[in-house]
Ligand binder design. Sequence first.
Ligand SMILES: [Cu+2]
Length: 502
Amino acid sequence: MATRFSRRHLLGIGAASLASGLVWPKGGHGRNHRGPAPYRPAAAEPKSQGGRPYWQKTYSGGPIDVAPLPAGLPGEQYRPVVVPNGAVLPFKVVDGVKVFHLIAEEVDHAFDSGLRANCWGYNGRVNSTMIEAVEGERIRIYVSNRLPVPTSTHWHGLYLPNGMDGLGGLTQPYTKPGETTKYEWTLRQHGTFMFHSHHDEMTQMGMGLIGMFIVHPRHPSPDYLVDRDFSLMISEWSIKAGTARPNTVEPSDFNVLTINGKVFPSTAPLVCKTGDRVRLRLGNLGASDHHPMHIHGHHFRVAATDGEDIPLSAQWPETTVLVAVGQTRNVELVTDAPGDWGFHCHMTHHVMNQMGHEFPNMVGMKRGDLDEKIRPLLPAYMTHGHTGMDMGKMAEVMPYPRNTISMKGATGPFGDYISMGGLFTIVKVRDALKSYDEDPGWYQHAPGTVALKASDADVARDGIDVNEPTGSVGQGAPASPTKRPADAGPTPPRPTDPHKKY
Ligand SMILES: [Cu+2]
């Protein structure tokens, strides 16, 4: 009976509705006249009880006056999340409450060795200070404002009392320059969340006042246990070449795209062992762009959103997950293929850096001796892009203003340039590792497992005519149709009617 009362209290529904299983909770969350009931993690509750449909459960974490559980500690209640290029915010426990101190301040931030800018961040880091906590515990977060302007701090995706929500002007007065605001509530959920300034967002989030907020489950389900757990915050910036201050007024022309505040090749690799269960927690608090994040050589399962864990039976496989502005997505995979695997945004302009684009489309143009004729006037002139963008070559030849990372990528293991910047990192999977904290270097491929220049012997053996006409010259009918081998069987019908099945 006591159990039932406690459950009824937790769910905020009356005994009658519990029995009938049909009535929407009335009058908000119930209050216990005998004081707050202890918080009970959702994982301990079946997802559906007494025939109630899934959607009748609380949408805001249940009653806010629950009694907190003891503070959870790393190594005891949870395995810490890895923040590549970043750090977890330290805490202390005072009378059972986990206390954090977040400091909003100006940060001279290095996106890469070639680009610094005056940004705003938390505790000396830009986009990469992560808060880590445990479901059921009470947290107290002091936010000190060392900026020249007022701010406020919103806890994105978290269930909390309205006055702790951090929407400047609506749920709280601003945190003025030099002031410190105190937030305090009991965590009634677990998952991947975020925090960010919620005053003059365009400026303040655009200057870097964003971060990830991870809440570990109190009773982790074995279905979601992983060996490696990474937190990756995605953002985007507009920084004109040669300048050192983000232009937060720019609505769409972003030229520095970052993971935890870094562009490739400064993005630290995600180091895993062969067979590790791996979680990537992706959050996007950029200004405008949604990012389809793509993994090579594996697939992952979309395992959670900032709303909730997705039940195993409802998770779906992908190789690309769209992380929209304001969303988090957890994807999980087993890294069972050793190698260096790209993990990146699939929007091609999001793996470039500060690239001007106010020039005519030159792709495919024959430039002749144009460069030679212009160079007496402009010594370093180079016709831009007539064969596409060779980032490595352009980085060597083009004169850039100081503090610019136009076209920067990195030289790879074969001496050729990896023509990726921005939202790109590498998942490095190895059979054996000295340490997860050390970059194991480039993958050493087994002989015969690398795509190399085809040998004459291979080409001859397989009857490959490298000069074979393809019929692709010009538009319309092929000038010289590709010959079909004699033993290829009857010619298949040409598909002309899209509704007809062939
Ligand atoms: Cu993108």
